[in-house]
Design a protein around this ligand. Structure first.
Ligand code: SIN
Length: 373
């Protein structure tokens, strides 16, 4: 890796961009042997170390209600050179991931939440995406090229404080209630990582297919960077690149598999990152094994994670055979703080052009970032 990075710099193109292109390449496919795989203990680079989370910070009961194993069973890792970065290798209870996939496809895209399709379609056309798409998805034949349903054209959904892709800001008057189940999951994970009182205020859900990617960006629009950014992955796997504080700094590649959670906090909160490639899940089954399992019968009644009906799962399973869903959750405001009434230098963040998706929704720029979606 060090050799590869050095040769990149010699050629004049920055290390991160070159690595992004390397993993995005289709023909010939790249060598993935440098990609850290936290799910395989023997496949860790020397940079990886075990991270001891304090199991007392999230009770076993609260973990179970959020669909998670007790914290003492979680496999959490840190990375040398990235203080504040925590990778938790699938801490979800068997069957509970299905709930999040179904919510991301059936519930969270519903109005009044906002999605990329709203940028060029009317609210009535983008409402009830699930009902409008489910039969088409269920009947899809893998061998044929068929038109995409609206749900398959979904790229992002925002909830809570809705991120404005044009101004790259959040605002007080662009808010809808944050989903209570995702709030419980996020608060629990944040607490286990030492962030008590984390407030889940904004969610950006990203939907990827095998030809999707997400460009190099930093998430800096939130007003309190002392609060962590949480990232949850479901479905097919991704190659994730974690870079430095400058866009051109070299990056470390790692796989994110279904159920994996990433926490970016402390000095790692504002690191550049990107997703150059979606790859099949490591078990090479159409649907990753952790999503094949159903929720256990003894799931507590007050669990936020609900059983997914067979009918709904048939649609989700078809979708997830070729897709990955990522939920990122952020606290936007400092504790007890409100949005500034007048933008001023102290309270507004310095937004860099090109952060996150460039342009809004399906603009030409974002098409470049997420080619052939
Ligand atoms: C991911 O899909 O894993 C990353 C999403 C993001 O950076 O916002």
């Amino acid at each position: 890796m060090a050799k590869m990075a050095a040769s990149m710099l010699q050629q004049g193109e920055d290390a991160f961009r070159k690595l992004f292109k390397f993993y995005r390449r289709k023909n010939p496919p790249p060598d993935f042997s440098d990609v850290i795989d936290f799910s395989k203990p023997g496949n860790h680079s020397r940079k990886v170390f075990n991270c001891d989370l304090n199991a007392a910070l999230l009770s076993d009961g609260d973990a179970c209600r959020a669909g998670l194993h007790p914290v003492c069973k979680w496999k959490a890792f840190g990375l040398d050179g990235y203080p504040g970065f925590i990778f938790i290798s699938n801490p979800f209870l068997p069957g509970s991931q299905r709930h999040w996939v179904k919510q991301c496809l059936k519930v969270y895209p519903q109005k009044p939440n906002i999605c990329n399709l709203d940028m060029h379609m009317s609210p009535t056309d983008t409402d009830n995406l699930w009902e409008k798409s489910r039969d088409q998805i269920r009947q899809k034949c893998a061998a044929k090229r068929e038109p995409k349903s609206l749900l398959e054209k979904l790229r992002w959904v925002t909830n809570g404080y809705h991120y404005n892709w044009d101004t790259k800001m959040y605002s007080a008057d662009h808010y809808t209630p944050f989903p209570s189940d995702l709030n419980a999951l996020s608060e629990g994970v944040a607490a286990a990582c030492g962030f008590q009182n984390f407030k889940a205020e904004a969610g950006i859900l990203n939907y990827y297919h095998f030809d999707s990617s997400l460009g190099i960006h930093v998430d800096e629009s939130e007003l309190d960077h002392s609060r962590p950014l949480l990232s949850f992955s479901f479905g097919q796997s991704a190659v994730f690149l974690l870079g430095g504080l400058r866009r051109e700094d070299p990056a470390t590649p790692m796989f994110m598999h279904s159920g994996d959670i990433m926490v970016m906090s402390g000095s790692s909160r504002l690191l550049y990152h990107a997703v150059p490639r979606i790859v099949s899940s490591p078990d090479k089954q159409a649907v990753p094994q952790c999503l094949v399992q159903e929720l256990a019968d003894d799931t507590p009644e007050d669990s936020v994670v609900q059983n997914v009906s067979e009918e709904d799962w048939a649609v989700c399973a078809k979708y997830i055979q070729t897709s990955r869903i990522n939920m990122t959750v952020r606290q936007v405001l400092g504790l007890g703080k409100a949005f500034p009434t007048e933008p001023d230098n102290e309270n507004t963040v310095d937004i860099q052009p090109g952060a996150y998706h460039e342009g809004s929704s399906d603009s030409e720029e974002s098409k470049v970032k997420r080619k052939k979606q």
